[in-house]
Design a protein around this ligand. Structure first.
Ligand code: FAD
Ligand code: SF4
Length: 546
């Protein structure tokens, strides 16, 4: 199938690009066809975020979003920031002492999944075609090495590679330009960065893993519009970093999560169990007691900022949104910057096709246009937040951020680098302190399997495993003796297990059906041996409103 523009991924970046291209088509009368493919069973099914939405990009894209019924129903009324000192103690941080990037006046607490569903409706009504259930599995190239489009994955292939009765060959989608907006650690984006050497001269990308639940809480404990952020405990117990959040949204719901910095060095750390401990802190527990957990999921987040952003253009296409790492970690927000990156891309691509009458060339002007955008400006001002946290830890790092951001408005002239990739931070298990995580109580804290159940994750069982090992001997031969195979702990869905057979033999088991597509294994495996590839379309979590 031929289109002017193919977009991979229906998140905020891809959908904003689709809307903007079609708006420009209407405004100029120069029509451009746009097709968006999305691997989730519907738009929003794989979207997991906080989310406090800064509406700057949305205001620009749809100034009348209120009239159009955008699901931004809960304005932020109050910010609460806590430094958790220990499992029982916490210190309230007055707003005056917090980096101003954590002030949320003017923002909205939303379900980003629902915002994406609404954006998809707008894009379709403007004339874009959206195909959920289709995973872009392969990048197609022209003879001159430029990107020609993508191929969606075959359906109905059995685990042994044979074709089942339901076999359906994937489709080739050709385009003048292809926009890759797969979000954090995009599987095709990773290939493009490598092929075109887009990350040359940049720091490696850095990541966190966000694990999130939605709770329906006792109305007496619910404070509509309150945004709580925390840092410190439980991560301080294992010398790791991260922070928690609890956002009180409509219908007595609280969106609750913990982001663990994936630069942690102790292989015994389990981000899932850290999250269970976090919920037991009195400041968090008091929100949840008597409530009901209704949803669970996990997703990695990019946090390297502009020091880690690759060049975003290559012949025939662009990387946009978190596929390029546009998230502003100082704000813990990436939706508005992802949207803005998509809107800037739309203008560049529309101009290239309709005015320059060109296709398949490298649109280097996109990098310059993005650097002039509001999104880049804020990323530049807050560029030292993430590396500062890595350098000095949460407390001192936050103190530095306060001085840099609140006093100097981000104008201090230096730029910190953070050159060691997260996976290379892992120390040997024998040199690291073991962590005794408490057993779940089944009321506030839970186990992995009951959690994954709430993510509505489903994959066709008889298909090739989408978690590929470059070398099958590494989990037992190297990772187990050196790092006590950390995949057993960093995977928030219990996909990786070391199973001991009755004869005492050990086996590395991959329960691929449980995978919630967070991408952590692709990022954190110390041997960089696990490659996440797209499973059959429709597979993965089915988040209702994450
Ligand atoms: C726990 C957590 C809390 C967060 N809190 C906030 C917050 O409060 N405020 C905020 O602004 N931001 C927050 N963020 C960040 C924000 O969610 C992201 O920055 C934003 O979603 C990035 O948008 P995107 O369009 O680039 O990617 P995504 O939102 O990740 O969307 C990518 C889409 O592409 C699809 N896709 C991927 N690969 C393929 C493929 N090969 N084929 C087809 N489809 C594909 C995915 O299924 C997905 O639907 C948070 C993130 C996390 C994880
Ligand atoms: S298998 Fe990998 S991508 Fe899937 S849930 Fe586990 S860590 Fe995340």
């Amino acid at each position: 199938m031929e289109f002017d523009v193919v977009i991979v991924g229906a998140g905020p970046a891809g959908l904003s690009a689709a809307c903007k291209i079609r708006q420009l088509s209407e405004e100029t009368g120069k029509d451009i066809s746009v097709c968006v493919v999305e691997k989730g069973s519907e738009v929003g099914a794989h979207i997991l975020s906080g989310a406090v939405l800064e509406p700057s990009a949305l205001n620009e894209l749809f100034p009348d979003w209120k009239d159009k019924g955008a699901p931004l129903n809960t304005p932020v009324e109050a910010d609460e920031i806590w430094y958790l000192l220990s499992k029982n103690m916490g210190a309230y941080v007055p707003a005056l002492l917090a980096p101003k990037t954590l002030h949320n006046h003017g923002n909205y607490i939303v379900s980003l999944g629902n915002v994406c569903r609404w954006l998809a409706e707008q894009a379709e009504s403007l004339g874009a075609e959206i195909y959920p259930g289709f995973a872009a599995a392969e990048i197609l190239y022209n003879d001159d090495g430029s990107v020609r489009g993508i191929a969606t994955g075959d359906m109905g292939v059995a685990e042994d590679g044979s074709h089942k009765d339901s076999y359906m060959q994937g489709m080739e989608l050709h385009a003048k330009y292809t926009l890759f907006s797969e979000g954090c650690r995009g599987h095709l984006g990773k290939q493009l960065i490598e092929k075109y050497n887009l990350a040359e001269g940049k720091d490696p990308q850095h990541y966190g893993l966000g694990i999130k639940e939605i709770w329906k809480v006792d109305p007496a404990r619910h404070k509509l519009g309150t945004v709580l952020h925390s840092t410190g405990w439980p991560h301080t117990e294992s010398n790791s970093f991260g922070g928690g959040f609890a956002y009180h949204l409509e219908d007595n719901q609280v969106s609750l999560g913990l982001i663990t910095d994936l630069g942690y060095s102790n292989p015994h750390v389990s981000p899932f169990e850290e999250f269970q401990r976090f919920k037991q802190h009195p400041q968090i527990r008091k929100i949840l007691e008597g409530g009901e957990r209704i949803s669970y999921g996990a997703r990695a987040i990019t946090k390297g900022g502009i020091q880690s952003m690759p060049k975003m253009s290559f012949p025939g296409g662009l990387l946009i949104g978190d596929d390029a790492g546009t998230l502003n970690f100082a704000k813990i927000k990436g939706s508005h910057t992802a949207m803005k990156s998509g809107m800037v891309a739309a203008e560049i691509v529309h101009h290239a096709i309709t005015v320059d009458n060109k296709s398949g060339i490298e649109l280097t002007s996109y990098n310059e246009a993005f650097e002039k955008s509001s999104a880049y400006k804020e990323l530049h001002l807050q560029r030292n937040f993430g590396p500062g946290q890595h350098k000095w830890g949460n407390l001192l790092g936050s103190a530095y951020a306060f001085i840099d951001i609140n006093i100097f408005n981000g104008k201090l002239p230096w730029t910190f680098n953070d050159p060691k990739p997260d996976h290379a931070q892992m120390k040997l298990a024998s040199e690291s302190q073991k962590i005794n995580y408490p057993k779940p109580d089944g009321k506030i804290s839970f186990d992995r399997l009951s959690s994954v159940f709430l993510s509505n994750t489903n994959h066709e069982e008889d298909q090739p495993c989408h978690l590929q090992l470059k070398d099958a001997s590494i989990p037992l031969g190297k990772n187990l003796p050196l790092y006590d195979e950390p995949a057993q702990r960093y995977c928030p869905a219990g996909v990786y297990e070391i199973v001991t057979e009755p004869d005492g033999e050990k086996r590395f088991q991959i329960n691929g059906q449980n995978c919630v597509h967070c991408k952590t294994c692709d990022i954190k495996d110390p041997s960089q041996n696990i490659v996440w590839v797209t499973p059959e379309g429709f597979g993965g979590p089915n988040y209702p409103n994450m």
